[in-house]
Design a protein around this ligand. Sequence first.
Ligand code: THU
Length: 140
Amino acid sequence: MNNLSKELQELVSEALKARDFSYSPYSKFRVGAAIKTKSGKIYQGANIENRSYGLTMCAERVATFRAIMDGAKPGDIVGLAIASDTEGFASPCGACRQVLSEFAIDFPIVLVNKDGVTEEHTLSELLPLPFYAESLLAAK
Ligand code: THU
């Protein structure tokens, strides 16, 4: 798996397993995600589609929300792997990047395709200028 650390390799395997839970009858594009937090726990997510298409939830946000509901706090995310089912990667969408940035900005994100090829990034690289909470402070 392209020189990944043991920790990231484990996340990749968990994301591949999570992909099996994808509910994607409309796009047929299965995505699995796995997030590790400082506690050492891993949270899986898969995309969950809806017949009202706009209600679809991405794999990354399902994993993030599961971590938060289990007690994870801002700063606790230490890694994320995202598995696609195609030759191309499932690079996280803009909405997921912003949601992830609420909970940590500088952690590795590994993309893995259907053949197990991986590519490593960081959230700060994928989202160089997030919407910051400081921007809200100026609101009256
Ligand atoms: N999707 C994800 O779950 N994560 C991504 O990073 C990109 C897109 C899902 C949403 C939808 O179910 C399907 O992929 C096609 O857009």
